[in-house]
Design a binder for this molecule. Structure first.
Ligand code: BGC
Length: 421
């Protein structure tokens, strides 16, 4: 017995500007890549800035309904006050090509990278810099005509944690105080963008939802997991409506705002245990060991977590899109299995009445994976980084069939050599 999705359900794929476009010379990541502070250089990435037409034709021919991508702020504003009209035209063309071929564009305005000049001024750590963000949003609104889904930020708490708490990513700041201030300013930036865009477009936010599992049954570990869950998953989202962002040191007042949808990025779970260390906010979270086999990212595969994430996010009573879910592996058999297993849990959530409207596989093609460079292969489409040739993997065709038929049939399971659900 197969499983059937409703007709309007969107099966799409996802990417982000810096990870695929290439030559994004005006942002903070590029700057640190050149300085040698990051282990890999993105260089031409997938050369998508030149190959965008072919890429859109390819994803359409594979049968996908939607495409999530991000606009690179630093291309639009390579310098303060200087708009690059060509870049604006290019993004408009991408949107038009998608619309013409019947694919739903899902546009993210900020996916980790910011203009270098903006970061030099202190980036989102300074509230007075939000005027530059406002200018950017006002500028791109013009090219978003016909776009159904626009997200302000991709994974704001990941941005905060990696950039300002662990200092693993640019701008390599290790300051818990600053981190929560940045988070509060991102909420303000979201509210500002919502005000500018919401009369014309559906505006959401994309949040990574790692499942926080207690390391043991002890009260202390259970409380620690709950604390981690609140701190990374819910305090931020709650604040969009309450106007109160609970950081660790204080509660920040931010404008009350809204979203028209919540994007859920789901990959894996964390294991949390109590810690004595106040600098770690009294908990210790690490990747959970839930499957023997690990992906190229070192992550366990935990498909039922996607169901848990959807159930938890449904508390906001907003439409939900799975905006990212995927696996880094060279074993495409495993990728096919991963997709089907996760979609089964998404389907279960829909059957139970949860308002999930789409699923975007990460990623359309292999790409530059931040600190890990080009080694992790997340793509449905294989990229040869010397010739930039694209080659759809079998999973790309399988996913296209699912998208076209809105169904994971027994026949498809057999055809692609998968285990019965
Ligand atoms: C990010 C992507 C990233 C993916 C895999 C998500 O957290 O939004 O940019 O490539 O995870 O690590």
């Amino acid at each position: 017995m197969g499983i059937k999705f409703f007709d309007e359900f969107i099966f799409g794929t996802a990417t982000s500007s810096h990870q695929i476009e290439g030559n994004n010379k005006w942002n903070d990541w590029w700057y640190y890549e050149q300085m040698g502070k990051l282990p890999y250089k993105s260089n031409k990435a997938c050369n998508h800035w030149e190959l965008y037409k072919e890429d859109i034709v390819l994803m359409h021919s594979l049968g996908y309904d939607g495409y999530r991508f991000s606009i690179e702020w630093s291309r639009i504003f390579p310098e303060e006050e200087k708009i690059n009209e060509n870049a604006l035209d290019r993004y408009r063309e991408i949107i038009e090509l998608l619309l013409k071929s019947g694919m739903t564009p899902n546009v993210t305005l900020h996916h980790f990278t910011s203009p270098h000049w903006f970061m030099r001024k202190g980036g989102f750590a300074k509230e007075e810099n939000l005027k530059y963000w406002g200018q950017y949003v006002e500028t791109v609104v013009e090219i978003l005509k016909g776009v159904k889904l626009v997200a302000t930020f991709n994974e704001p708490m990941v941005y905060v944690m990696m950039g300002y708490l662990t200092a693993y990513w640019p701008p390599f700041v290790k300051s818990p105080f600053k981190a929560f201030r940045v988070a509060a300013n991102l909420l303000k930036a979201h509210a500002l963008a919502y005000e500018i865009l919401s009369s014309r477009l559906k505006v959401g936010i994309v949040k990574n939802i790692p499942i926080m599992l207690a390391a043991s049954d002890t009260e202390r570990d259970k409380k620690a997991a709950e604390k981690a869950d609140n701190l990374f998953n819910w305090n931020f989202l709650d604040a969009i409506w309450s106007g109160k962002f609970k950081g660790v040191f204080s509660t920040y007042t931010v404008p009350e705002s809204d979203v028209d949808f919540v994007g859920v990025n789901y990959y894996t779970a964390s294991e949390v245990k109590y810690s004595w260390n106040p600098l770690k906010f009294f908990f210790d979270a690490r990747l959970a060991e839930l499957s023997e086999r690990k992906t190229q990212m070192g992550w366990s595969v935990y498909p039922r977590g996607i169901h848990e994430a959807i159930v938890k996010v449904s508390r906001y009573e907003k439409p939900i899109y799975v905006t990212e879910n995927g696996i880094a592996t060279l074993d495409d058999e495993w990728r096919k299995e991963f997709i089907v297993q996760h979609l089964q849990y998404v389907h279960k959530a829909i059957e139970e009445g949860y308002n999930v409207k789409g699923y975007f596989y990460w990623s359309l093609m292999d790409n530059y994976e931040w600190k890990e460079g080009f080694k992790p292969r997340f793509g449905l489409i294989e990229v040869d980084y010397t010739t930039f040739k694209r080659k759809p993997r079998e999973s790309a065709y399988m996913y296209g069939e699912i998208s076209q038929k809105k169904e994971i049939s027994d026949e498809l399971i057999r055809k692609y050599g998968l285990k019965a659900p």
